[in-house]
Design a protein around this ligand. Structure first.
Ligand SMILES: Cc1cc2nc3c(=O)[nH]c(=O)nc-3n(C[C@H](O)[C@H](O)[C@H](O)COP(=O)(O)OP(=O)(O)OC[C@H]3O[C@@H](n4cnc5c(N)ncnc54)[C@H](O)[C@@H]3O)c2cc1C
Length: 448
């Protein structure tokens, strides 16, 4: 029986002073909120959109890459293992091993998670660890006393509401809280003038998945009795025939029979800015066009497995790969990523590969287990704030490799531990002894 009082018990309280507020409920935010609460801090997580999970849920049946440390499914311990155990408890309807590429490590150590079960697990965990939470609660500003962030402002149907905390963790992906706080930031890769594509993911149903995979993996690829060396050239030809499809995509099988999730390049080489509302509006329009066009192409050209496919739905939002990044106490570099630097203040690690960038920059493996330093969570001047996930302090190249969800979860987890320790000891993040964070991570059985 539903207990209404219980349903509302974890509602955010503007009258309360929280130890930690987490802005953003993607992989980094989930890790931050859970680690903070598990470390004894009173914690509030605020998510601007309709679902916790960020790209992991809006993306639909996407691989949660590097939720393990390797293709052999070596545990990363900590919150990674908690999520894996909770998801797997629902059986094969909730997860399955995801795509794996033995050559390029972008796809590895992964679990393909049914987004609705991930949402269920997150609500359950927030309740269990007594985390206050709200969806539909975008951060539109921060509270500040001089250079100290003391809370956040949420803009919603009720108007603006202020929430107070000892430490705010910015896990918004776009670094909104840090931006509003006046932190130094960089957006995208200004030097190269290149921006990663933004993608509206979508799922097709009524797909003959095995026949589609056989077609998709075959080289040369055949379309309308013509042979093409790769998918890209096949799609370029389809485009010339009047079908508005992008030049590249990858597919995930998911847990439902006959359903395939498509990760299109959507805006490749078009350079949209994911911090601009109208750029995102255009991506939505383009993504819906491309998804419907692929269905039309599959039916008209009888692509094996897609002859009777239908568009099930597009993602919860246009998924953004990179935008603003903090310029923090340490900027994690390409060298750190590719060669692995032995940071004394290491609090997380990155596994996997780097997506291609334009035509000249192919997929590359990064240093497996590249360590990520505590200082990359800390703004240069602003106190009361930690920045985790894709908006953390890294160069464009440093961020763009190993940005998989498992790695962002790891960085968020460390930020949550650090924020809880700061609140408990009454110190600022820049004053905190990083060894305490490392010790707390060990207590949580985290394997870097
Ligand atoms: C198209 C695409 C495909 C990808 N494919 C994969 C893949 O297959 N496997 C993989 O592991 N990784 C993949 N990635 C990478 C991965 O999804 C991201 O790097 C990762 O999700 C970043 O985590 P994050 O928590 O830092 O940010 P996000 O996942 O972006 O989460 C940020 C969260 O903050 C919320 N938010 C934003 N602004 C505010 C605000 N002002 N107030 C409150 N909340 C806010 C957002 O709604 C969102 O929920 C992909 C990324 C994209 C874009």
């Amino acid at each position: 029986m539903i207990d209404l009082h219980q349903l509302f018990a974890r509602q955010p309280k503007s009258s309360k002073h929280y130890d930690v507020i987490v802005a953003g409920g993607g992989p980094a935010g989930i890790g931050a909120a859970l680690a903070s609460a598990m470390s004894g801090a009173s914690t509030l997580i605020l998510e601007g959109r309709s679902q916790f999970g960020g790209t992991a849920t809006a993306g639909m049946w996407m691989n949660f890459n590097w939720i393990f440390r390797s293709n052999q499914e070596d545990s990363r311990g900590g919150i990674h293992q908690i999520l894996v155990d909770r998801i797997r408890a629902f059986g094969p309807i909730a997860s399955c091993p995801g795509r794996r590429d033995p050559v390029i490590l972008n796809d590895g150590g992964n679990l393909d998670i049914h987004p609705e079960y991930l949402k269920k697990v997150l609500f359950d965990l927030f309740e269990e660890y007594e985390i206050d939470y709200s969806l539909y609660a975008p951060i539109v500003g921060v509270l500040k006393e001089g250079d100290l962030v003391t809370g956040v402002r949420v803009g919603s149907k009720e108007g603006e509401t202020a929430y107070h905390a000892s430490v705010v963790i910015d896990a918004t992906g776009d670094g909104d809280a840090a931006y509003f706080a006046g932190c130094a930031m960089e957006n995208s890769n200004p030097a190269a003038g290149w921006r990663a594509p933004i993608t509206l993911l979508f799922a097709l149903c009524n797909v003959d998945v095995d026949r589609f995979y056989a077609w998709y993996h075959k080289k040369p690829i055949v379309l309308q009795d013509r042979e093409f060396p790769n998918l890209r050239e096949a799609m370029a030809w389809a485009d010339s025939q009047g079908y508005t499809v992008p030049i590249g995509f990858s597919v995930d099988r998911g847990t439902l029979p006959g359903v395939l999730n498509f990760n299109f390049s959507t805006t490749r080489d078009m350079f949209f800015d994911g911090t601009r509302s109208y750029d995102l509006t255009v991506v939505e329009k383009l993504g819906v066009l491309q998804a419907t066009e692929l269905v039309r192409l599959g039916r008209d050209f009888k692509i094996p497995g897609l002859e009777n496919a239908g568009l099930m739905r597009t993602g919860g939002f246009a998924a953004v790969r990179e935008t603003r990044r903090l310029i923090g106490e340490y900027i994690f570099t390409e060298k750190d990523l590719m060669e692995g630097t032995d940071f004394p203040d290491a609090i997380a690690s990155k596994y996997g590969g780097r997506d291609p960038m334009g035509d000249d920059y192919p997929n590359t493996n990064i240093h497996q287990g590249a360590l990520y330093p505590y200082r990359s969570l800390i703004p240069q001047k602003i106190d009361g704030l930690l920045v985790a996930g894709r908006c953390g302090s890294a160069s464009f190249q440093g961020h763009y490799g190993g940005k998989s969800m498992g790695n962002m979860l790891a960085i968020g987890q460390a930020a949550g531990c650090a924020a809880a320790l700061c609140a408990k000891d009454g110190v600022q993040p820049r004053e905190l002894d990083y060894k305490l964070v490392q010790r707390r991570l060990m207590e949580m059985d985290v394997i870097l």
